[in-house]
Design a protein around this ligand. Sequence first.
Ligand SMILES: Nc1ncnc2c1ncn2[C@@H]1O[C@H](COP(=O)(O)OP(=O)(O)OP(=O)(O)O)[C@@H](O)[C@H]1O
Ligand SMILES: [Mg+2]
Length: 276
Amino acid sequence: MKVILEVKNLHVAVDNKEILKGMDLTFYSGKIHAIMGPNGNGKSTLLSAIMGHPRYQITKGDILYKGQSILEMPVDERSRAGIFLAMQYPQEIAGVTNSDFLKAALNARLEKTISFYDFFNRLKKEVTNLKMDPQLSHRFLNEGFSGGEKKRNEILQMKLLKPELALFDEIDSGLDVDALRLVGKQINESRNDDFCGIIVSHYQRIFDIVKPDFVHILLDGKIVKSGDSSLINKIDSEGYDFLKLDFKATNKKRQSVTSLGLCGANLKSETESNKK
Ligand SMILES: Nc1ncnc2c1ncn2[C@@H]1O[C@H](COP(=O)(O)OP(=O)(O)OP(=O)(O)O)[C@@H](O)[C@H]1O
Ligand SMILES: [Mg+2]
């Protein structure tokens, strides 16, 4: 298996609050990785840190893309290098039409600018595949788009940009059943040996369509369990409680070892000062 991304002992803070607390994960080309975890535990933070959102401060650790650290790379360079993020809450940008945005994003990656004719042919093909209203291409980016239209538009960007590492943050939220199938199909069609997809979701439905090779559970800023897709069924029926209990038990064990260590140190210093 070919490694595409390595997250090493990653600590990330937002506005000086530590969210990711030492995360280690390896992602592989040709594979789909699912990341699940309760609300507010750091899933979007991880994806934003990989994409290079400037608000997320890496306080410790490293992110290696194709073997090279990307911590110093700004977002646009990461995008040109083949990383793509479909956002949980896509931004509305008034004044920039969707098609102008897509064309600029595409041209930034190409050595030779794409012709107007080729661009519109490609756009038309993908818009048809996604059963999107063609008018959406001519409106301002995401402005007034419905929840589902925004999510389809993220997939449209992905299809045009053809990333090697695609991060999908709750791409299934707000999609009706037909749209979910359609979006899943588009992701499946993007699968190849040089494509890695990381899909964050709360629900089994998307993973019934896009079958993940690996499943990782993120709890309190750390990966607490990795496994295969059977983990998704377990979470769907039992929730996260069994993992929280495991996690607490492990932490308690660690704490008691630490406090014993501290007691030992205190005892030692007391005995030493008594001797004096
Ligand atoms: N600017 C900020 N200041 C303080 N805390 C923040 C800030 N931004 C994010 N957080 C906190 O970071 C934590 C992790 O947020 P994140 O969006 O990564 O969670 P998530 O796992 O993606 O959750 P969800 O499943 O609800 O999308 C949350 O508790 C959130 O409130
Ligand atoms: Mg999130």
